[in-house]
Ligand binder design. Structure first.
Ligand SMILES: [Zn+2]
Length: 78
């Protein structure tokens, strides 16, 4: 059995089409169209702020990991 891909998004209340919401669209798009029935959804910033915060935290964690990569023990000498 194949595991379903984990995608973020929501089901269209109109046609039940799964609308994929990416981090980029969450951050920058003002609206999202349903590919199934072309209903336009205005992005509610307040509604999605929790998800936004989660994703921004994730980005911060990734940034931290990136900066740790620059760490080398030589910097600790002296
Ligand atoms: Zn739809």
């Amino acid at each position: 059995m194949k595991e379903p891909e984990k995608k973020s998004g929501f089901n269209c209340p109109n046609c039940n089409f799964f609308i994929e919401v990416t981090l980029k669209s969450l951050l920058y798009a003002k609206s999202q169209d349903c590919p199934g029935c072309l209903t336009k959804f205005e992005m509610d910033r307040q509604e999605s702020s929790r998800a936004l915060n989660l994703m921004q935290n994730l980005n911060t964690v990734i940034d931290n990991i990136e900066s740790v990569k620059d760490f080398s023990p030589e910097n600790y000498k002296g």
